[in-house]
Design a protein around this ligand. Structure first.
Ligand code: ZN
Length: 322
């Protein structure tokens, strides 16, 4: 068997940029496809990478910011017509992600809310998101089958909330088991991404090796524990100094530092995790010409004794059982 990582998109933050797709990655375990986050362009990048919609088994959302979930509807709906086998609809695509937060993230005097959107359910979780997508696209799901042969829409998708226990006393959290069978085991921990609570990091283990996705986080001991000995650590990266030089200063910069791991810190994270390869993704700034790949890799690799690679859209890595 083989386990293959494909970076579908590597941009951080919601604003579209030319030349780099929104954050999204795929892990292909033999023929089974797992997608981690579905940022801008994820469905197109999925086919560009040669992946097939009938093979899409599950989606794992790190958190519910738009840059990580914006193209989830497309990923579910564009390939709906081919989600059928010899014996009827394929098994539903499972969408795993954070549950509703408890308690609700509080506002503050600096970034207060003037309007609360959907006050009856202001902080939906992953399964709420899936329900809302189905509700919003009900016209397509109900009417299109009148004109074209479509699999049962009721079998298209299942949203599954990941509930994390309250953080226990002790040095690190125990990862929660998200999903496991004879081939793949997925575990998760909560990471630290400003007010985006819960935000998750995921670890995938197969017989071929292990791949960890940091999600968006500051330096986080629980992520470092989750990533111990990983073959590949796909980690977000931000250049806070660049952002400061481009007008993000004062409180806004402090906020940014509470959301992301700076390029000067990423190598230390990978070193403490004992990862074999650090692959950078979710770039901030996202513009490809802002900072060269060589510069990203050189700066991020400081303090890391393994291999540091500046990830790019379409990058692939194969892990194979020796
Ligand atoms: Zn993000």
């Amino acid at each position: 068997m083989t386990t293959e990582l494909v970076l579908l998109g590597t941009a951080g933050a919601p604003m579209p940029v030319a030349g780099r797709g929104g954050i999204s990655s795929a892990l292909v375990v033999d023929e089974r496809v797992f997608v981690i986050d579905c940022g801008r362009g994820s469905p197109s990048a999925f086919v560009e990478a040669g992946l097939e919609f009938p093979k899409l088994e599950a989606v794992f959302l790190t958190h519910l910011h738009a840059d990580h979930i914006g193209d989830l509807p497309g990923l579910l709906l564009y390939g709906w017509g081919v989600r059928v086998g010899d014996n009827g609809p394929l098994a539903p695509i499972r969408v795993y992600g954070p549950s509703r937060p408890a308690p609700v993230p509080a506002g503050d005097a600096l970034f207060h809310r003037e309007t609360t959107i959907h006050p009856e359910r202001p902080v939906p979780g992953a399964s709420d998101l899936v329900d809302a997508i189905l509700a919003g696209y009900a016209y397509h799901l109900n009417v299109m089958p009148l004109d074209a042969r479509m699999p049962d829409a009721g079998a298209l998708v299942r949203g599954i909330d990941i509930s994390l226990p309250a953080r226990a006393e002790g040095p690190t959290q125990t990862p929660v088991l998200v999903f496991a069978d004879d081939v793949v085991r997925v575990t998760a921990v909560a990471v630290t991404h400003g007010h985006a609570v819960p935000a998750l990091a995921y670890r995938f283990d197969t017989a071929d090796g292990s791949v960890v996705f940091s999600g968006d986080t500051t330096v986080n001991d629980d992520l470092i524990a989750l990533a111990q000995g990983a073959d590949i650590l796909v980690h977000q990266v931000a250049d806070l100094g660049y952002l400061e030089r481009h007008g993000i200063t004062g409180v806004a910069l402090e906020r940014m530092a509470g959301l992301h791991t700076d390029v000067s810190q990423v190598g230390g994270v990978a070193e403490r995790a004992g990862a074999r390869e650090l692959i950078l993704s979710h770039y901030l700034p996202a513009e490809p010409d802002a900072i060269t790949p060589a510069d990203w890799a050189k700066r991020a690799g400081q303090g890391f004794s393994g291999t540091t690679t500046a990830g790019h859209d379409g990058l692939r890595r194969v892990l194979a059982t020796p």
